[in-house]
Design a protein around this ligand. Structure first.
Ligand SMILES: Cc1cc2nc3c(=O)[nH]c(=O)nc-3n(C[C@H](O)[C@H](O)[C@H](O)COP(=O)(O)OP(=O)(O)OC[C@H]3O[C@@H](n4cnc5c(N)ncnc54)[C@H](O)[C@@H]3O)c2cc1C
Length: 399
C-alpha cells in the first residue's frame, strides 16, 4: 500500500534520515520536532564503514563531504601542549579514531533536512501529547492542539525520548548511565588550531579542542566522571554551573576555554548513556536512533546507527507491504547484533576512561572482531522490487 501515513518525532539525525527513506518508499511523512527550528551544535560525528554506503545510497555523499570538518588527525598533549601521541585521519583506511568523514552534528542535521524539506511535512515547535493505537491506526493529539490520525508512528526523539516513556515505560528502565558527562560548545579559534584536534587528559577528566569548517572558531569539549546525573537536560544554566564546578582546576587551556562559556551560541551537555531495550516496537509505534538504542557518544557510532537503522526500518516496512508487525520485526532482527557491538565499544571506551586505559587488556582477536562488527556488521539489502522513487540529487549544502 502506498501513501501510508507515518509520523516521526524528532528532526535531528534519525528523524530526517528516516523521512528520506520513507518518502522514497512511497509513504506520506510528517516530522514533528519539539524545538522551534533545527537545533545547531554538537561535536563532530563520524561516518564509518557501512554508514558511508547508506549516505551514498541516499545520494548525499557530495553534500556530506562538502560539509566535513576536514580534520587531519588528533594529537594528545600534556599540560604544556607537548605532543604525546598522533592519530591521522587516514589511519585504518579512514575508519579509525578520527574518521575520514567527520561532520558536525548540526551540519549533518541541516544536510538531511535540506534534502527532505520539500517532500516531507516538518512541524517545528510541537510534540506528541497523547497517542492512542487501535488495530488500524494511531490517533495523535499534539501539544499545540491538533488531532490527526496516522498509520504508524516512529520515535526518533533521542536519549530522553518522550515517546519511549509514553509507550514503553519510564526512562529509568532503559537508560544506563555510563558514569561520564560530556559537554561541547564552540569558541573563537584564538588557539591557532589548524585541522588538528588537541586532546588533554587527566584521570577522570579531559579537555579537547577541535577545528571546524569555520576556521575562525573551534569546538571545545570537556568530559568528566560522574557517578549519577540528575541535571534537567533542558536546564542549560544548571548544566553550565555543573561544568564549571567539575572541571575547576583542570590544566592545559581549560581556563581560556571556560572564559567563552557564557557567550557561546550552541552549548550542549549530557550524560554518557546507553539505551537498552528488549524490543523497539509496540503495535504501530517503533523507536529509532538514540531513543531505541543509544550506544553513547563514546562509541563514536550513534549517528551511524541512526542512519543505518533509518535505511533498514523504511526498507523492511515497505518490503512487508507496510505491515507493522512484520516490518518492525525484520528491522529489529537486522539491527540487533550491530547495535550490541556498538554498545560494547561504548562501554569499553567508558571503562578505559575510568581507569586511564584498559586494565585487563581484552583479547586482541576478540576486540578486532567487535570493532569490525561495530563498523560493518550489518547487511544492507538492496530491496530490489521494493518501490523507490530514487535519490534526489541535491547540490552540496553550505552554512
Ligand atoms: C543539540 C544536540 C547536540 C548533540 N551533540 C552531540 C555530540 O556532541 N556528540 C554526540 O556524540 N552526540 C551528540 N548528540 C546526539 C547525536 O545527535 C545522536 O547520538 C545521534 O546522531 C542519533 O541521533 P538521533 O536523531 O537518534 O537523536 P538526537 O540527535 O538526540 O535527536 C533527537 C531530536 O528529537 C527532538 N525531540 C526531543 N524530544 C522530542 C519530542 N518530545 N517531540 C519531538 N521532538 C523531540 C530533539 O530536539 C532532537 O532534535 C547531540 C544531539 C543534539 C540534539
Amino acid at each position: 500500500m502506498s501513501g501510508t501515513k507515518v509520523l516521526v518525532a524528532g528532526a535531528s539525525i534519525a528523524g530526517p534520515a528516516l523521512a528520506h527513506w520513507l518518502h522514497r518508499r512511497g509513504a506520506e511523512v510528517t516530522v514533528v520536532e519539539r524545538a522551534s527550528g533545527l537545533r545547531p551544535g554538537g561535536q563532530a560525528v563520524d561516518a564509518r564503514g557501512v554508514t558511508k554506503e547508506v549516505i551514498r545510497r541516499m545520494g548525499l555523499d557530495a553534500a556530506v563531504r562538502a560539509a566535513r570538518t576536514e580534520t587531519a588527525g588528533a594529537y594528545t598533549v600534556d599540560a604544556d601542549g607537548t605532543v604525546l601521541e598522533t592519530f591521522r585521519a587516514d589511519d585504518d583506511g579512514g575508519d579509525g579514531y578520527i574518521s575520514e568523514i567527520e561532520i558536525l552534528r548540526g551540519d549533518l542535521s541541516r544536510v538531511l533536512h535540506d534534502d527532505t524539506r520539500d517532500a516531507v511535512e516538518y512541524v517545528f515547535g510541537d510534540r506528541i501529547a497523547e497517542l492512542i493505537q487501535d488495530a488500524d491506526g494511531v490517533d495523535v493529539t499534539f501539544a499545540g492542539g491538533d488531532r490527526r490520525r496516522f498509520d504508524l508512528v516512529v520515535g526518533a526523539d533521542g536519549l530522553h525520548s518522550a515517546l519511549r516513556a509514553m509507550v514503553f515505560g519510564p526512562h529509568e528502565r532503559f537508560v544506563r548511565h555510563l558514569g561520564h558527562v560530556l559537554a561541547f560548545y564552540s569558541v573563537p579559534n584564538e588557539f591557532g588550531l589548524d585541522r588538528w584536534l588537541l586532546d588533554y587528559q587527566e584521570p577522570g577528566r579531559s579537555a579537547c579542542l577541535r577545528p571546524i569548517q569555520d576556521a575562525t572558531r573551534a569546538m571545545a569539549m570537556f568530559s568528566f566522571t560522574s557517578a549519577g546525573f540528575d541535571v534537567d537536560h533542558r536546564d542549560v544554566e544548571a548544566q553550565k554551573r555543573l561544568l564549571r564546578e567539575r572541571v575547576a582546576g583542570l590544566g592545559w587551556l581549560t581556563p581560556r576555554m571556560l572564559a567563552h562559556l557564557d557567550d557561546t551560541p550552541d552549548f550542549y551537555l549530557d550524560q554518557v548513556a546507553q539505551v537498552v531495550m528488549d524490543r523497539w516496537s509496540s503495535g504501530r509505534v517503533a523507536l529509532l536512533g538514540d531513543a531505541a538504542f543509544s550506544s553513547s557518544p563514546l562509541s563514536g557510532q550513534g549517528t551511524g546507527l541512526a542512519l543505518v537503522g533509518a535505511y533498514l526500518l523504511a526498507g523492511e516496512l515497505a518490503a512487508a507491504g507496510w505491515d507493522p508487525a512484520a516490518g518492525f520485526t525484520a528491522y529489529e532482527a537486522r539491527m540487533r547484533s550491530f547495535v550490541e557491538a556498538n554498545q560494547e565499544i561504548g562501554r569499553l571506551h567508558a571503562h578505559s576512561r575510568d581507569v586511564g586505559g584498559l586494565d585487563a587488556e581484552p583479547d586482541a582477536e576478540w576486540l578486532t572482531e567487535v570493532i569490525e562488527r561495530a563498523i560493518n556488521g550489518v547487511d544492507l539489502p538492496d530491496y530490489a522490487g521494493v518501490p523507490d522513487s530514487g535519490a534526489r540529487i541535491t547540490s552540496p549544502s553550505r552554512p
